[in-house]
Design a protein around this ligand. Structure first.
Ligand code: AMP
Length: 540
């Protein structure tokens, strides 16, 4: 006993594998930089040397404020591989919340893209624990009294020879904060072991499991359109690196730059929230069509109407589900082999379901007493999950951790139904579901049905207080440019009442038309703000 090498699942092994397999593969940043995997590998080692020189040690927490870039990818590797902790700061939070997360994370070093330098200058006096700031920029160093350290200069000066240390796979690798709209953001963290297993499962799901998005070969080209601060871009950069696939990073999201990169670099695979897909579909010139761009859509329900419109523009979509607490992969609308022959229309319906688990994930939908729901697409319960990569808990918050893990299953707070094949469909957040006269009305189902109306661009449904029924649904609708009336929408929904898809109680009493919907820091529809907006409009 004790002779064998005690192999630890470290992110370093992902880094090593990718560069050995595909040293000449490319990493592209906007129309500015083009590196090979080998160049990036060397830059990762240079960054580690530079950080070590600043005093970074095992356990040092390092905050990064940056758009999606090759530099961020370098941080994804260098920081955890040194044994330090990568805190992916959500730059879309309010300044107070950004301050709170950096303080709470106890960051000692901050890497900051030039756009966020003024913000850090304003917060600096409240961050005595931060010893160093390093500015990242695409051109010259901005004028600032924050620091004179510049990322590219540091990389240039540092040696590429660096030996990443061995340590326990249970070492914290990354730290990020929930983007929830209630209370302060909560810290969630992942170890090397969790990230490595998450990466392996994701690679199998993308290549070995049937789906409209299955990767064909290493000629695929990857571009994230999920901010890299949002649960490490869903862990997908690690998966793509392991598979030796070309990466294209768009920097700050600008529609023209995105379309240009997709066309010039031949991007085939992207992931984003529905809002980004909506933005792309809405801004394409009449008659324009992509040549089969695959898009994994997560973070919120993918409305069927949007999936259809995207398909017409040559974009293939599939829904996936996860949350900050879960690394995030939980389920995807993968296709079980015996369902492959379904007609096109049914396939589309299936591709917007929340889906079936990624390899190694257990998903249950349960009632309060932990009894599983009936698999009849009607019986609703909460999704609870187990997987090797779920967060152990919220940083320094035992009470919330205990609630999260009550009964040994991670509680997602998402209400769902299950079909006879085991496909899950989320119908609401526990806190968003509309409780009307003893019945639960699903806001997501209503939003989905409204999205199928040809004159509806987007819709959000919330519950509003009602003396008689407790709550009643109200729909806030963004119309396409034509005139759209309440009556048209009511008649549209009544068709689904006739088909038994929804009950007549689910049809909203009131529809409000707006030009756009409020969004959260990661681009999801912000229901809390919509409720506020609606309450104010009632007061008037
Ligand atoms: P976040 O922690 O910000 O990533 O948010 C996670 C939450 O987003 C989940 O708990 C769900 O409520 C929602 N969500 C993520 N993916 C989906 C999906 N495919 N369908 C519906 N809701 C989703």
């Amino acid at each position: 006993m004790g002779y064998a090498y005690d192999y630890q699942l470290l992110i370093r092994h992902i880094l090593e594998y990718g560069v050995n397999y595909a040293p000449k593969q490319e990493i592209v940043y906007r129309d500015l930089h083009r590196y090979t995997y080998k160049d990036l590998y060397n830059r990762v080692h240079r960054l580690a040397n530079a950080l070590e020189e600043l005093g970074v040690k095992k356990g040092t927490r390092i905050g990064v404020l940056e758009w999606d870039s090759h530099r961020y990818l370098e941080c994804y590797f260098a920081i955890p591989c040194m044994g330090a902790v990568l805190h992916t700061v959500n730059v879309r939070l309010s300044p107070e919340d950004i301050l709170y997360t950096i303080q709470h994370a106890e960051d000692e070093v901050i890497l900051v893209y030039k756009d966020f330098v003024p913000l850090m200058e304003s917060l600096r006096s409240k961050l005595p624990k931060v010893k160093h700031y390093i500015v990242m920029t695409d051109d010259k160093m901005p004028e600032t009294n924050l620091t004179d350290l510049e990322y590219e200069e540091m990389i240039k000066k540092a040696s590429k020879d660096y030996e990443f240390p061995e340590f326990s796979e249970n070492t914290m690798a990354t730290l990020s904060y929930t983007t929830g709209t209630t209370g302060r953001p909560k810290g969630v963290w992942f170890t090397h072991r969790k990230l490595v297993l998450h990466t392996l499962s994701g690679c199998i799901a993308m290549t070995g499991i049937r789906s409209p998005l299955r990767l064909k070969d290493d000629k695929e080209v990857y571009m994230p359109l999920t901010p890299m601060f949002h649960v490490h871009a869903w862990g997908i950069p690690y998966m793509m690196w392991l598979m030796g696939i070309k990466h294209v990073y768009p920097g700050r999201y600008e529609p023209m730059m995105i379309v240009k990169l997709v066309l010039s670099e031949g991007v085939t695979y992207t992931h984003c929230v529905p809002t980004i897909l909506q933005m792309i579909v809405d801004n394409l010139p009449e008659g324009f069509k992509f040549n089969g761009w695959k898009m994994l859509i997560g973070g919120a329900k993918l409305p069927e109407g949007l999936a259809k419109r995207a398909r017409e523009k040559g974009i293939y979509t599939m829904a996936a589900y996860g949350m900050s607490e879960t690394c995030p992969a939980l389920t995807g609308a993968f296709v079980k082999p015996h369902l492959l022959d379904l007609p096109m229309e049914d396939m589309l319906k299936m591709s917007v379901k929340t889906g079936i688990p990624f390899p190694l994930v257990y998903v249950r939908v349960v009632h309060d007493d932990f009894k599983d729901v009936e698999k009849n697409e009607k019986d609703m319960g909460e999704i609870v999950v187990r997987a090797p990569w779920l967060t152990d808990g919220y940083l320094n918050d035992e009470e919330k951790t205990k609630e999260l893990w009550a009964g040994g299953w991670l509680h997602t707070g998402d209400i769902a139904v299950m079909d006879s094949e085991g496909y899950v469909t989320i119908v609401d957040r526990l806190k968003d579901v509309i409780k009307s006269g003893g019945e639960w009305i699903s806001s997501l189902t209503l939003e989905n049905l409204l999205s199928l109306h040809p004159k509806v661009k987007e819709a959000a449904v919330v519950g509003v207080p009602d003396e008689k029924w407790g709550e009643r649904p109200l729909a806030v609708v963004v119309p396409m440019n034509e005139n759209l009336s309440e009556e048209e929408l009511r008649n549209h929904l009544l068709k689904f009442v006739e088909q038994g898809v929804i009950t007549k109680w689910a049809v909203p009493d009131k529809f409000i038309f707006v030009r756009e919907l409020p969004r959260t820091s990661v681009g999801k529809i912000d229901k809390k703000n919509i409720r506020k907006m609606v309450a104010e409009s009632f007061k008037k």
